[in-house]
Ligand binder design. Structure first.
Ligand code: NAD
Ligand code: SER
Length: 320
């Protein structure tokens, strides 16, 4: 029997690339005390630890998770704790344990305590047989362990909704580009790293080929999409609830290097593909986000040029 949910928000994986900015945004919106940040790491000076309540918590410890939900009076979980693609291919067992096991922990707690859940998916759900402009619905045959865990996450979301009425929603985030927290071991990290290297040394060795095109998004758009999806009335949420495609901008690594070069004088970039090229090649170039537009009004604001301006301004102001 489900009990009555609390009213506070719990963010798992809050010290990561997305959690850092999502926690900050949620605290601005609801008040610092209403948002409990959590992560398996201990980083006492991190803004999410300093800026409000923080719990050290592993999402694969179901008993501890349950305790925190009750003690903190939680009603909604933003479940961001995960192992990303590049680390996941090096440690596939860990990737499955955290990504699938952690999601089951959160969904089971949601079932017991009537929680609402946000659990993101990824463009990594698509495999090499998907159309290069990936539709919302097609056969999902990912070749990476990470992608497989994300397909399982989407299916779990739909099952918990249908079987138990747990209101769990997710977005298939594109590669996310941001400056406030480092990217966490993904294939799309080159689109973040390039800005740091350009400003620090004037040169970047990019680990994918120049013609590699992937769906990408500036973090401000991703945070806005996350909040919009969770704000949408339950009747608006359709069959894509486990993982909505959302489109931001799509560009090749060469186009990105040229856009950075147009802003950082003397910048040079070499393309030296490593094992991550294979993961990037298995993903689409862009995604069709008609379902997100129709169901909860999704429209991106940042194109490649606006994203580059924001990244460089952000990095320059944070280094002052
Ligand atoms: P990240 O690697 O930056 O952060 C993940 C956080 O999870 C880290 O702070 C890590 O310490 C924490 N964590 C790892 N194991 C944990 C455990 N057992 N218990 C609790 N915390 C644990 O990742 P991110 O980029 O912030 O990604 C968040 C979510 O968004 C993930 O589900 C990821 O798959 C998804 N996503 C991210 C991107 C992207 O480009 N960043 C794209 C698509 C999907
Ligand atoms: N940005 C993520 C990664 O590269 C995709 O989910 O792993």
């Amino acid at each position: 029997m489900a009990d009555t949910p609390g009213s506070r928000i719990l963010v798992t994986g809050a010290l990561g690339q997305i959690g850092t900015e999502l926690t900050e945004t949620l605290r601005e919106r609801y008040g610092a005390d209403a948002v409990v940040a959590s992560d398996v790491r201990d980083l006492p000076d991190h803004p999410c630890v300093v800026g409000g309540p923080y719990r050290n918590l592993s999402v694969i410890d179901a008993d501890a998770f349950d305790r925190v939900v009750v003690e903190e009076g939680i009603g909604t979980v933003y479940h961001l704790a995960a192992i990303l693609s590049a680390t996941g291919e090096k440690k596939p067992e860990l990737c499955e344990r955290i990504n699938v096991g952690g999601t089951v922990t959160v969904l089971e707690a949601a079932r017991k305590h009537s929680l609402r859940v946000y659990a993101p998916s990824s463009i990594a759900v698509f495999g090499p047989d998907a159309p290069k402009h990936a539709p919302q619905e097609c056969t999902l045959n990912p070749t990476t362990t990470y992608g497989k865990t994300k397909v399982t996450g989407e299916r779990l979301a739909m099952n918990y909704w249908k079987q138990y009425g747990v209101d769990v929603r997710g977005i298939r985030y594109p590669g996310l580009v941001s400056y406030k927290a480092p990217a966490g071991g993904g294939t799309t990290d080159y689109a973040v790293d390039i800005f740091h290297h350009a400003l620090e040394t004037g040169h970047y060795d990019c680990f994918v080929r120049g013609d590699t095109r992937l769906p990408m998004m500036y973090m401000a758009d991703a945070i806005r999409a996350t909040i919009a999806l969770m704000d949408a009335p339950v009747e608006a949420i359709g069959t894509a609830r486990g993982g909505y495609n959302i489109s931001g901008c799509s560009f090749t690594a060469t186009e990105l290097a040229e856009a950075v070069g147009a802003r950082v004088s003397g910048f040079t970039c070499d393309f030296l593909p490593d094992v991550r090229q294979k993961y990037a090649d298995s993903w689409p170039d862009s995604v069709d986000d008609e379902a997100a537009q129709a169901d909860w009004g999704w429209v991106a604001e940042y194109d490649l040029e606006a994203m580059c301006d924001a990244m460089i301004a952000g990095l320059q102001s944070s280094s002052i």
